[in-house]
Design a protein around this ligand. Structure first.
Ligand SMILES: Nc1ncnc2c1ncn2[C@@H]1O[C@H](COP(=O)(O)OP(=O)(O)O)[C@@H](O)[C@H]1O
Ligand SMILES: [Mg+2]
Length: 255
């Protein structure tokens, strides 16, 4: 660890369900360096979304700590760019309003908030669509709008919970490529959740594999593929090697 932006230390958590305790996370530790792209990869139900909610300050862990820039958060909510698993755009509001909402909630004036959204629209391929309602946008556009909103908040860490999970394969690949371009431009630290091995390898500098519930970290894998990454990198021998390592680990975890 050289310059950790975000450190998760021994976080454990459980839900109470029908009066019974359901352990969800088991002493999870991980870190994200300044400007690093890290993925958390694991089967569904392993507690990934729960962990992200804990980092975002929406849930308190039973045990453990979340440390941002060397300071313990202890449940304090800080400005963190968090994109939940569902995009949560308001159907009766325009793209412009939806994207500006977090700024408006923080007390930024309408004019400034809209101005900042407008500046980013071309970067996110949404120019000309600012007055559309979410139902008038394609799935990929809605996800880009939700990402724009997440990036707009001046946070150094961005938390993305399976942002491309519901998209068709082609749209998903295009958005992955596009996300890498954006990330190389903004250079924020990213913690990205996915259950796709290919997606995790293609995007990440480092991958943590989490086991089935109660989730614990079972593998940490550095991805040394060169950047910028063209799509055909997925056919390279090194990519295949990483894929084999991760598939083996996932298979061991899902018996
Ligand atoms: N609010 C809740 N109350 C009770 N159980 C929950 C709640 N949220 C999630 N769970 C359970 O906790 C486990 C982990 O959920 P989640 O963090 O959403 O996993 P993942 O994102 O990896 O799919 C699942 O078994 C899920 O059913
Ligand atoms: Mg989830």
């Amino acid at each position: 660890m050289h310059n950790p932006k975000l450190v998760i230390k021994e976080v454990s958590s459980s839900y109470v369900h029908h009066g019974r305790e359901l352990p969800v996370l088991n002493a999870v530790s991980l870190h994200v360096e300044q400007g690093e792209f890290v993925s958390l990869l694991g089967p569904s139900g392993s507690g990934k979304s729960t962990l992200l909610k804990i980092i975002a300050g929406l849930l308190r862990p039973a045990l453990g700590t979340v440390i941002l820039n060397g300071k313990e958060l202890n449940g304090r909510t800080v400005k963190m760019g968090y994109m939940p698993q569902k995009d949560l755009l308001l159907p009766w509001k325009s793209l412009l309003y939806n994207a500006a909402l977090p700024l408006l909630v923080q007390g930024t004036g309408k004019k400034e908030a809209y101005g900042r959204v407008r500046k980013l629209l071309p970067v996110f391929g949404l120019e000309g669509f600012e007055n559309c309602y979410p139902s008038q946008l394609s799935g990929g556009m809605r996800q880009r709008a939700a990402l724009l909103r997440t990036v707009l908040i001046d946070s150094e860490v961005i938390l993305l919970d399976e942002p491309f999970g519901a998209l068709d394969a082609l749209t998903r690949e295009r958005l992955q490529e596009w996300l890498l371009q954006i990330w190389e431009q903004f250079k924020r630290s990213v913690l990205f959740i996915t259950h796709s091995i290919d997606e995790a390898i293609y995007l990440s500098d480092r991958i943590y594999m989490i086991s089935e519930r109660p989730g614990k970290i079972v593998l940490e894998q550095v991805i040394s593929l060169p950047r910028p990454r063209a799509r055909d990198i997925v056919t390279s021998p090194l990519f295949t090697e990483y894929k084999q390592i991760l598939m083996k680990s996932l298979a061991n975890e899902s018996i």
